[in-house]
Design a binder for this molecule. Structure first.
Ligand code: SF4
Length: 140
């Protein structure tokens, strides 16, 4: 995104056309004027990106006793300015084996009402594979 405080240029990523859309913000979270979008979908994307950008958050976190990191993500996009805080909350979450896909790791990230959920299964076999690897290494 480029432009002045009032007029922002957004490159639409909703299709390969990549239209450059100018959005004039009204200063209260809305848009006064939009130019350059070739379709409604792109217009909506550009207004949202200029006035209240959101992002999905995906990261990996440690699970005590498990050598395999746990991949997690927000269930829905959250405000872009909260992305770093969301990553910190995920990394500080207390998680124990077993973990199942879709399990809630952080129920309400940064007060958004959006949960962070696991995106893979982890069970005791991951922990025991570490114990096996450690035992094999120490025998050498
Ligand atoms: S505005 Fe419409 S046509 Fe242009 S890039 Fe976005 S989705 Fe594609």
């Amino acid at each position: 995104m480029q432009g002045s405080d009032r007029i922002r240029e957004v490159t639409c990523i909703r299709c390969p056309m990549g239209c450059v859309v100018a959005v004039e913000c009204d200063g209260s979270g809305g848009a006064r004027y939009v130019q350059g979008a070739s379709c409604v979908r792109g217009r909506e994307y550009a207004v949202a990106e200029a006035t209240a950008p959101e992002r999905m958050v995906a990261t990996v976190i440690d699970v005590p006793g498990c050598p395999e990191p746990l991949s997690v993500k927000t269930e829905r996009p959250i405000p872009k300015h909260l992305v770093q805080d969301a990553v910190c909350m995920a990394k500080q979450a207390a998680v124990a084996l077993p973990v199942h896909i879709g399990q809630v790791i952080v129920p309400n990230v940064c007060g958004t009402g959006v949960p962070i959920v696991a995106t893979k299964n982890l069970d005791q076999s991951f922990a025991s594979s570490r114990a096996f690897a450690d035992a094999t290494t120490s025998e050498k």
